[in-house]
Write a protein that binds this ligand. Structure first.
Ligand code: HEC
Length: 161
């Protein structure tokens, strides 16, 4: 004879469609977590992200908050400050894209030497072949906390209907 627990799933699905739908909804909603868009990355750790940012050499081209640019030690002249006050805080997906596919969207002010080449391709180092997914989410979690909203763009308040 089946115990109550064993027959619970069958009971939920067959005898109580409402409970079954409710259960699916709970799983679906909690499953979304922090995700934006159509995929969900694991949670990141800002402290590890900060350490990795320094360790893997992002500081050769970037400064952020208290972390200084260290490009001076090489012949590199690229200095792109990250974080700080911005009109629109960078979203999680924008930051991920900037790192794993730097040329996808380049800010107008960087469409010139030494930031981009003549073809408009970013001169940022490609990390995809050796950076772990955990490194990526940690760095993005760290960077997200480094942006503060200055003056929101008017378009956020008065969209073109
Ligand atoms: C060799 C230089 C170089 C290194 C090293 C480098 N970047 Fe960049 N990065 C750039 C340049 C140039 C840009 C501006 C053009 C662009 O958007 O790709 C940029 C842009 C960015 C942006 C978007 C900034 C904005 O305001 O649009 C982010 C975020 C970023 N880098 C993160 C990183 C992280 C994280 C690392 C380390 C894992 C890193 N970069 C390493 C050169 C570099």
């Amino acid at each position: 004879m089946k115990t109550a627990i064993q027959s619970l799933p069958k009971m939920l699905v067959c005898h109580s469609p409402f409970i079954a739908i409710f259960a699916i909804l709970v799983i679906a909603l909690t499953g979304c977590g922090e995700s934006q868009g159509t995929f969900a990355l694991p949670e990141g750790n800002a402290e590890s992200g900060e350490a990795t940012f320094i360790l893997i050499g992002c500081i050769q081209c970037h400064s952020v908050g208290e972390i200084a640019w260290e490009g001076v030690s090489s012949k590199n002249t690229i200095h792109v400050p990250l974080g700080g006050k911005v009109g629109k805080v960078k979203s999680y997906s924008e930051l991920v894209t900037s790192i794993i596919n730097p040329s996808h969207k380049v800010d107008k002010k960087y469409l010139q030497e030494p930031y981009t080449n003549a073809a408009g391709q970013s001169n940022m180092v490609k990390y995809n072949d050796f950076m772990t997914v955990q490194d990526l989410v940690d760095i993005v979690t760290f960077l997200q906390g480094e942006y503060q909203l200055d003056r929101p763009r008017d378009i956020d308040y008065y969209p073109n209907w």
